[in-house]
Design a protein around this ligand. Structure first.
Ligand SMILES: Cc1cc2nc3c(=O)[nH]c(=O)nc-3n(C[C@H](O)[C@H](O)[C@H](O)COP(=O)(O)O)c2cc1C
Length: 188
């Protein structure tokens, strides 16, 4: 069984999403001895953005990134909210795995996801509160974007959410406690 672990936070050791993905991966490692884990720190080791001269088909590392994703049974992703959406480093990785004919196709019925059968677990961390019903819910474009993107390729992602991380030490502690309880539930 193969697991791909991706972090994208720029805040290093203080990162909440990194703490959560590490816990999730530890739990999965304990539950599945022999788990083969690949790790990429997208902030320390970024993937180039697509440009005029860099399309996925012409990039030598694109095939390797896509194959690594396709070969994974489980993908654990740390996704902090930066300016109401996902870090551009994580978007750069998504740009290499959302490929027509590989992870989705268009046919007479419309788009079809081709990457189903994987478990994708996403640890979200956000400074404020954006859950359904909160005043800022309409500004939430991290979870909604990732749910749509993975849904498009045939995967229903599972989310672990730490929110209110910037709302003082108690808010941060409470956010981490809530997310940790969610990890317990996912691991059960
Ligand atoms: C560049 C940057 C942009 C941020 N933008 C937002 C934002 O739009 N909304 C928000 O609630 N928090 C925002 N935050 C706070 C982070 O979401 C929060 O600190 C979260 O814990 C980040 O995840 P990390 O701890 O894994 O880095 C921002 C933080 C940084 C560094």
């Amino acid at each position: 069984m193969k697991l791909l672990h991706l972090d994208s936070s720029i805040t290093g050791d203080g990162s909440v999403s990194r703490q959560l993905t590490a816990t999730i991966v530890d739990r999965l490692r304990a539950a599945h001895p022999g788990l083969e884990i690949s790790y990429r720190d997208l902030a320390a080791d970024p993937i180039a953005h697509l440009t005029l001269g860099l399309m996925p088909a012409s990039s030598p590392d694109s095939r390797a990134l896509l194959d690594q994703f396709l070969a994974s049974d489980v993908v654990v992703i740390g996704a902090p909210m930066y300016n109401f959406t996902l870090p551009s480093q994580l978007k750069a990785w998504l740009d290499r795995v959302l490929i027509a004919g590989e992870t989705f196709s268009y046919g007479p019925e419309g788009p079809q996801g081709l990457a189903g059968g994987k478990r994708v677990i996403i640890a979200l961390s956000r400074g404020g509160l954006y859950s359904a019903g909160s005043p800022a819910a309409a500004f939430e474009h991290t979870e909604t974007s990732l749910r749509a993107v993975f849904g498009f390729i045939g995967i229903t992602p599972e989310f672990v959410v730490a929110e209110g991380v910037m709302m003082g030490p108690e808010g941060r502690a409470s956010a981490i406690d809530t997310a940790s309880a969610e990890i317990d539930r996912l691991a059960a």
